[in-house]
Design a protein around this ligand. Structure first.
Ligand code: KG4
Ligand code: ZN
Length: 345
């Protein structure tokens, strides 16, 4: 079965096609992505209306590129899958509307996909795919969650952020440091030459008994340090790099410690890291080191599949079909879920 996947929840238009006839994981036959980063950079963040309009412009040509790569015609597509949420309402509507209209025209069924399930399952496309059950650390621009994953569609929330997401903490701190959007990768680059011990930044909820996170206070602490530096004279590139390194260290330490706590609590020996912040090298090396000492296996998506893409949506749909937990439907009415808990689907 050929499944076309459409992703349009935020600032990336992604399209991909998988073949569910290949086991144990559907084969990725083609994928194409357009990132809107450059367009939003001028505004310092995602402008929802511009995002929607750009998705409209990109989704059709990307679909044709993917079909060409996969050497398939539109008529050969068996199921059209799309991200129904969570994300920006207008952006989601573009992908949903396009997917439903395309499927209706082709007289093929549709399958609605949860964006976070796409992230969660994306490591199954890597050279070192995980096996169930595992703990998943989902760290994106909008979400920070620890889940126990027992199988496809079997997700138990262990803990989540009570305010900002880890990606948001990276982005907001980066903005304070004068870095362009999206700040996460920029801050990480700047942190490479900095000393993480130069500033003492808070690690909220680090020692709390639960598995929740809180990152909202971090940006205030970064702002306070920045103001102190500015009051003392011109801030040097070295000082900015130190502050970036200290910020990254604070976020990474909390993510690593809470992940280890979740593994201990569940007794599981496998961790999957997914979402944009999963591309962070400091997070990867510290998790690798801490997990190796405890004989815990860690799995990541390919770097290119950490941030939003269509492959993870086509894959999640394909895996759900293979596992028999979702049935594509001939129902072309579409309603998006800008806020949507993964366990609720
Ligand atoms: O998963 P994603 O592409 O989009 C959402 O679903 O939110 O994640 C985007 C987030 C942004 O906050 C971005 O700054 C962050 O992931 N990010 C990083 C890195 N690459 C992307 N944060 C830290 N270090 C990175 N290397
Ligand atoms: Zn995402």
């Amino acid at each position: 079965m050929y499944v076309l996947g459409i992703e349009s929840s935020c600032d990336e238009t992604g399209v991909a096609v998988v073949d569910t006839g290949v086991l144990p994981v559907p084969a990725l036959l083609g994928q194409a992505l357009h990132s809107q980063i450059q367009m939003h950079q001028a505004y310092g963040g995602v402008v929802p209306e511009l995002a929607s309009r750009d998705h409209i412009r990109r989704v059709v040509p990307l679909t044709h590129m993917v079909l060409e790569q996969a050497r398939l015609t539109l008529e050969q597509i068996d199921v059209v899958a799309f991200t129904q949420g969570p994300g920006l309402a207008g952006a989601l509507l573009v992908g949903s509307g396009y997917a439903c209209a395309l499927a209706a025209a082709l007289n093929k069924p549709v399958l609605r996909v949860h964006h976070l399930e796409g992230h969660l399952l994306s490591p199954f496309l890597s050279a070192d795919p995980p096996v169930f059950p595992f703990v998943a650390l989902l760290v994106s621009g909008g979400h920070t969650q620890l889940m126990q994953v027992n199988g496809i569609g079997q997700y138990v929330l262990l803990g989540e952020t009570i305010d900002d997401a880890a990606g948001e903490a990276f982005d907001k701190s980066a903005k304070l440091l004068g870095l362009p959007y999206p700040g996460g990768p920029e801050l990480a680059r700047m942190a490479q030459s900095g000393n993480p011990l130069a500033f003492d930044l808070p690690r909220p909820l680090l020692h709390s008994k639960d598995l929740n996170f809180s990152f909202a206070g971090l940006k205030t602490a970064v702002l306070t340090q920045q103001k102190k530096l500015e009051a003392a004279g011109e801030v040097s590139p070295e000082q900015r790099a130190d502050l970036a390194a200290a910020t990254q260290a604070a976020i990474v330490e909390v993510l690593v410690k809470k992940s280890l706590k979740a593994l201990k609590q569940t007794g599981l020996k496998r961790l999957v890291v997914a979402g944009g912040v999963g591309a962070n090298q400091a997070l990867r090396s510290q998790l690798n080191e801490a997990c190796a000492r405890r004989h815990i296996r860690v799995h990541y998506p390919e770097l290119s599949l950490c941030t939003d893409n269509g492959a993870m949506i086509a894959l999640a749909a394909g895996l759900r079909i293979q596992a028999g937990v979702a049935k594509p439907e001939f129902d072309y009415s579409f309603k998006v879920h800008p806020r949507w808990a993964l366990e609720m689907q």
